[in-house]
Design a protein around this ligand. Structure first.
Ligand code: G4P
Length: 567
């Protein structure tokens, strides 16, 4: 009989020897890491990003289907299916067919625990996307093979690059006539500034799309149009010779082989460190709608993407394997589910282990609460979480205790950095239609401001509240939500301001003098940070010249953390 001894990784050699003496000679030693470390290593937390319509939602859905997390296509987004339990929570999305809110989904794939964060595709909601990207350790960038690199892809990639987020690239829609793969690679390299390293190569495209050649494994995965390969295995051909390939796939094979030969000489070999530094991106080709290439993405993420790593706070770096729990609120979504009528703070666990019922301190407010009601998300379903580890995303329903950027700890005073607010680019005044609802408007705007759905400014000398947004659609969403969720109808009008800057100064007296001198232009934002409003950049330049000690910030960090240029 063979006995198996399982040790924690930290077990000393003498203890192992003692065990050996006790159980006798025929034993197999297996060492295991401490629970939290092995849990940590299993975690992969990533976002799918793309220009609208490239196939992000389709791919997300297929990833979930593939992992068994959902059973029915159409669960992620309604579209033509009427069975939707949408991950796009808001009614307006269904009307417009765009993703406004970001959602979070957790599922297991093999040994890995995957946290997948969905992001709004529309550029008007890019602030939300940027914040979601601060919570992930990797990203999958979906590119529409027919359109190549598009404007929104560029912007998102810039954010990923500045954060050194590793990226796996998926070139989608090979079942259609797309651009030449070589051109696409070239475009990725030129526009996105990362070295593209193809892991697979398409054999044909459009009607002639026959599969992909897996460069590293020297095998072909055969594509069958219209056949969802979820249940069954994709036909895989090992190391086929040139003649066999040509017989089976015709000219498409010869072309693919020639191209692979060309790129093998011209592209660098894959280097995981460069990938982890965001300098190289593995490229995979496929067709999300046909579920072709989806498994390869999951495999690439599990094999290559990093488990959770160090995160910076104002005070010190926090390592994910530290025993004590820390987390940061990267998103707040109010009234996600009208039946619950609450506000959910999405928290990225940064270290330690979360346990239901533990006492958590909000370092901003210095208040402690018991986390009894904590949820995780699968599409729209909420499930109670009893434990979570670094890399996981948990949701805490609350009534205003938690704001964007808040740090939660077991007691230590820490403040995670890097969660950005951008100076708005469009401003509108907002006025309640029924004056009897003015109080409700104030409360609703406070909540929407804290949630980050829009930026809310209260002029210090009185007057109408001013809303600031990065994109026009944000106003429409806010007006819609005010009306449906808060029963407040409003009139919005273009404001005379065109830009704003958050005002800071090391010298408190000078700051006071500036705020007094410009009181007619100062408004307080949702977290009571003073903002200077201007109609033209020249006004800011003039004020800056006159007040050299005052800093006019385009970017703001939450909760008192210093202003950074993290993004
Ligand atoms: P997004 O989230 O990035 O905005 O894109 P989404 O997944 O909604 O996909 C945009 C359109 O592209 C959808 O078509 C979708 O079916 C299609 N699509 C996604 N992946 C593939 C693919 O691999 N091949 C092909 N041929 N099409 C793909 P739609 O007409 O806008 O919606 P629907 O009518 O199909 O629901």
């Amino acid at each position: 009989m063979i006995r198996v001894c399982v040790f924690p990784e930290s077990t000393s050699a003498p203890s192992r020897r003692r065990c050996y003496r006790v159980v006798g000679a025929q034993i197999v030693f297996v060492t295991i890491a401490p629970m939290s470390i092995s849990e940590l290593r299993r975690r992969r937390t990533f976002a799918v990003i793309s220009h609208p319509d490239a196939g992000k939602t389709t791919l997300t859905e297929k990833l979930l289907l593939f992992s068994g997390a959902i059973q029915i296509a159409g669960t992620v987004k309604g579209r033509k299916s009427n069975r939707y339990a949408t991950s796009d929570w808001m009614e307006i999305e269904k009307q417009r067919g765009i993703s406004v809110a970001s959602s979070v989904m957790q599922f297991e794939y093999g040994d890995a625990v995957i946290n997948l964060l969905d992001t709004p595709g529309h550029e008007d909601f890019s602030e939300d996307t940027y914040r979601v990207l601060t919570a992930v350790d990797a990203a999958v960038m979906v590119i529409d093979g027919a359109n190549g690199v598009e404007a929104q892809t560029l912007k998102l990639l810039e954010v990923c690059r500045s954060r050194k987020t590793p990226i796996v690239t998926f070139i989608n829609k090979l079942d259609r006539e797309v651009r030449e793969p070589l051109d696409l690679l070239d475009e990725i390299e030129r526009h996105l500034g990362v070295a593209a390293v193809p892991f697979t190569w398409p054999i044909g495209m459009g009607k002639d799309f026959q599969g992909v050649y897996d460069i590293q494994r020297d095998q072909v995965r055969v594509f069958r149009a219209g056949q969802d390969t979820l249940g069954g295995a994709v036909e895989t051909l090992q190391a086929i010779g040139h003649d066999d390939g040509e017989r089976r796939f015709g000219y498409a094979w010869t072309k693919a082989k020639d191209e692979v030969e060309l790129i093998t000489g011209a592209t660098p070999t894959f280097d995981r460190d460069e990938f982890l530094a965001g300098q190289q991106s593995p490229v995979l080709f496929g067709s999300a709608i046909n579920n072709f290439g989806v498994k390869e993405i999951l495999d690439a993420l599990v094999d290559l993407a990093p488990p959770p790593s160090m995160r910076m706070t104002v005070q010190r770096p926090v390592q994910p394997d530290e025993p004590k729990f820390t987390g940061v609120v990267f998103k707040v979504q109010a009234n996600m589910d009208l039946a619950h009528r609450d506000r959910v703070a999405f928290i990225r666990v940064c270290s330690g282990r979360f346990e239901r019922g533990m006492a958590l301190k909000v370092t901003r407010s210095n208040k402690t609460f018991r986390a009894n009601n904590v949820v995780t998300f699968l599409s729209q379903r909420r499930e109670t979480v009893s434990e979570a580890y670094a890399g996981d995303i948990i949701g805490i329903p609350n009534h205003g205790t938690l704001s964007l950027g808040d740090t939660l700890t077991e007691g230590e005073d820490l403040q995670f950095v890097g969660l950005p607010f951008f100076a708005p680019e469009i401003f509108q005044t907002v006025e309640v239609v029924d004056p009897m609802r003015a109080k409700q408007l104030g409360e609703a705007l406070k909540q929407l401001g804290e949630e980050g759905a829009i930026q809310v400014f209260k002029p210090v000398v009185g007057g109408l509240m001013i809303l600031g947004a990065v994109g026009q659609l944000q106003f429409e969403v806010v007006a819609h939500r005010l009306s449906t969720e808060y029963k407040v109808d409003v009139r919005m009008m273009s404001a005379r301001y065109k830009m704003s800057r958050w005002i800071t100064c090391d010298d408190a007296g000078e700051l006071r003098r500036f705020l007094d001198a410009y009181s007619a232009r100062i408004a307080m934002d949702a977290s009571n940070a003073p903002t200077y409003l201007a109609s033209h950049i020249s006004e800011i330049e003039v004020a800056q010249k006159a007040w050299p000690k005052i800093v006019f910030n385009e970017l703001r960090e939450r909760s008192g953390a210093p202003f950074t240029k993290a993004i």
